[in-house]
Structures are given as C-alpha cells and as structure tokens.
Design a protein. Sequence first.
Length: 629
Amino acid sequence: MKLTKTAVLAAALALSCATVTLHAAPANAMTFMEWLQKRKEKKQAEAAGLPGVKTTSALPGAAAEVKQEAKPLPRVTGPRYYTYKADALKRVGVDKLADPVVTSSISADIAPAGDAGIRAAFANVDVRTNPDAAKAVETFYGDYHKFVWIDGTGINDKAKAAIAVLADAASVGLDPWDYAVKIPAETFDGADMNARYAELATFEIALSSAVASYVQDAVRGRIDPNRISGYHDFKRKDVNLVAALKNVSMSSNVKGYLESRSPQSADFQALKDELARLKAETGGEDRVVIADGTLLKPGQSNPELANIVKGIVKHGSDALKTDHSVTIATYAGTPEYTPELVSLVEAFQKEHGLKPDGIVGKASIRLLTGGDSVADKIAKVEVALEQARWLPVDLGARHVFINQPAFQVYYYESGSEKFSMRTVVGSKSNQTYFFEDKVQTVEVNPYWGVPQSIIINEMLPKLRNDPNYLDRMGYEVAVGGRAVPSSSVNWYGSTSGISVRQPPSGDNALGELKILFPNSHAIYMHDTPSKSFFKKDMRALSHGCVRLAEPRKMAAAVLGVSEEEVGKEIAAGRNKALNVKADIPIYIAYFTAWPNKDGVVEYFDDVYGRDDYMRKAFAATQKARQAGA
C-alpha cells in the first residue's frame, strides 16, 4: 500500500499527541517496498514528534515497547539557609580633605584658626564604619565647611544629644556598641594643641560615622534579609545618608530627628514598649514547668497533671476559674485525668483559640506554662523589631498581612483590622517565603498548575511505575504546549518541557478559588478541599502556598464585593479571572512576636527556625563591626 503525503503528515501529527505502538507482522505479510515506506513514516513521525513523547519501533520483529533503563530519581530541592556574611568596615577617607587650601573648605572668613587646625588633623584620622556610612561622611565633609559636633576646643550640646540617643539604641532593638564613640576629655594640655586638634578631628568623624550608621540601621535594619536564606526576598531600602547628616547639622532637635528614623507605626511602637516592659521584669517569677514531651489524652494518667492544673489556675481567666471552681478546689494533685479535669482543660483550650479536644500537647503546654521565658520573649521582640524595618514605613490603609508562625491572615481597611482567619502555610520542607507583593487577581474555579517540584519529587516515582497515573487521576498533561496522554510521555527523560495541571473540580487542590499576587516563588492564597487541616493547632502543612479557612470572605474583601457575588461566579462553573481594581499590598511575613489588633504582643513558635538564623546574623554583624572598630 502506498501512502499519500497527506497520510504521512497525519501519522506524524498522531505521533505528536499520543504513543504509537505498531505491532510487527509476519515477515511474509510485508513486501520490501512496504517495509521501506514504514521506515520512512517512522523517521518523519519522529521528526515531527515532541521532546518527552516516546515512540516505539515499527520494524519487523521489534518489541511493542522499549523498556527504559532504570535511573536514579531526580529531586528538586528548595532554597537553602546561608552562613551570614556581614559587611566589613571601611576606613573613612577624610585624609584627602585635610588641606584647607586644596579643598577650600576652611578659610579665615568663615572659621577660626582652631577649626583649620582640626581640619588639618583629618590627615591622620583612622575611623572605620560600614561602606555606605563611610562614603556618606566623605561626601558630606567634602561639601560642608564647618563641624557638626565641635565648638571651639570642646564638644557641643548637639553632640551630647546624639550620643545619648546612640547609647539608648537597645531600646529600639539595635546594639549600642555599634555606635560607641570615644568622647574627648573636658580637660586637655593647652600647650599641645595639635594633640587636642587630632582628638577632636577623630571625634568629629567618628560621631558622624556613628550617626550615619545608626540612621541606616534604624531605617532598614542591620541585617540584609536576602543574605539569610533563599526564602527571604526583599529589595533593601535606600537611605540617603548625606541628606541625613545635613539634616542633623541643621537640626535644633537632634534627639527627635534620630529617634524619628525608626519606624513610627503602631506595631513598631507596641514592640518597643513590650521590650521595655520585659526588660523591667524581674527574674523571680513563679513559672509553671511541664516536662518536655508531655502528651496527655483523656482516660490516661500522668504525673504532670498537677502542673497542668496549676497552669490553668495561673493563666486561665477569672470566668473560667469560676465556672470550674469545684473541680479546681477538689483536685488533690493525683495523676488520674478524670472527665471533670478533661472539661477544665477543654474550656482552657477553647478560651485560647485551640481545638478543645482535651489533649494536652505542645500547643496547650505553651499556653499553660505562659509561653516563652522573659529572656526568650526579649530575643523574639528584638528579632521582630529588626524585621519590621524591612517592611514599608506605611503598610497601607488597606492591606493583607499573613503571619506564618501565627498561621493567621489579617485583612485591614482604613488602617484597622476588619477580620482574620486561620491559614495553612508551607511545611518545614516546603517553606513559605518572606516577601511583599500586591494582590492582583481572584481566579474562580481554578486550574492547578502542578509545580515542577511536585511533578519530580512526588509524581515522577508513581509515573515510572504507572505511566497512566495522571490520566486516571484526571490531570491534563502537555509537552511543548501540546496536550498528550500521560501514558505517552517518556517519564525517564527531562520534565522541563512537560506541564501538568488539574482541571477545575470538587477535588481540585485549590478548591473553589485562588487569590494571586504574581511573584517568582509561585505562592498565592487559595481554597482547599482539605478542611480538616484548619482544626489543627500546628498548620505548617502545605507545599508553600497559603490555604485559607474562609476563601470566599477574603476574595470578596479584596474585590470589594459581597460573598454572595463571589458565590455566583463560582456557581457559574467557568474558570474565570476577576481583576482586583484596588491597590492592596500583601505581606507574607514571619514574626514570632507581633502585636494583635489591641496592641498586645503575642508570641508564636519559630516553626521554621528562622529566628535562630537571625540571631546568628546579629552575632556575625557584631563580630565584623567590632573587628574593624
């Protein structure tokens, strides 16, 4: 049989969409010319086929399928945490500004002779600071004709005010030692004015360097978040330090100006006040201690039960203790977990937003013991103050704020919290990133585009055993943009050109809708069919995206419509993208200490261990700054 050109092209197209299996015929059933034609068809089909789509031989006697050689399964790994590298200090190069004739910075008509002597002493100044501050100080003194911190042969009141603020840096979560400056003695040898000029010159440059460094740290933080891990994604703030030095030089209220460089938001102020309160507390508090690893279920006995009841008495509300006064009064410290005590524990759990199941585990113990120690809380607040500087000065009157350790999302309008809801965030092996973005789209009846990490790490092992797996599960597979059956794909080759998506359905991993804020991490908020996860206290359970307990409520809020309208769009059954018209920033944040809507700082478990990396970054920064000082 002779095939036409049209028939050959049709065969090629068939090969591009599915696996073609041609069974071998008996040798006497095929002429030599037919065999040559079949071979020509095969070569044309392979040329028209797509990468990743497998074909089988049509030669006589060939096997129907070619068994792939077993190869190790590939793996996709997430971002990693880094060993923090702090900036080395740089010498402030003011020696080139020492000659007043060259710089025209000092002349007899604008400065006394003593100033010229101090300026000349710039030649031997050896002050080191961070590179940005060093550059700013050099630029400032290249243009400025006077001194900021010196009057005559001593320091001025402006210098004293600045030193006081720098010495109090710990109150806003910074390290005072980073800005320590040696203050010239009030008395000196008048017969050796060159020594005094040298001392004052060093002080002038050192204090300006410290102020510039303080301003930069106060505005954007000491730590560059992007050096901590690949999970941190922030454009670091630019700080005009030359302008800051000019403002200080002209200001009549240096203290007020420097203090205003730290964030002025209510959240930052609440953290600052909490830090002061914690530092004022004594260490003699009678804390409740429950043994590590304690797990108590109804019907069991445990010697830690006495401490559990003590924790409820100490940290439960007066109303709770009144309602269960008989149980509390008659408890004799025995280890038996009676029904009455189970009811007491359930009431305590409900009061604190936990699942009231009577099971005393890690989350309940945290509340029963009062959470972190004072030292632990101080450490968390210091980290929170630093991280708060990464965020914009103004979060926006209308915004969405996700706090991963709290497993909560908060929606704000007109600067106040309108509602919050439970979330599920990434597991420890699939962590949610820390970044900011803008809400752009609500997609109803969404497709789920399966990430390459899930295709490779979770689906590929199944597909190598059963190439029909995705077909049976109802997923759509495309190679090079063309739809193909899952069974036709060579799952032993590269998956880079292969896409997999799950069509809208009741079983879709994204549920009814997803809320997009396009980012390079492919993270978004969405519904989920796995509603039971929201009942858990520890909800770091997803592949990285943020699941919402009440997705319709959030979608309605960002769209500015009613939940009923969102429901109608879903009920229509069509995949549809609804544009968010308002400018709504979203912060996918990570704070183990953060104030609630009443301004009370709450504390959360460090689910990803990121605070530890922050403290390592603090230590590395301190070491680098002290080494170069």
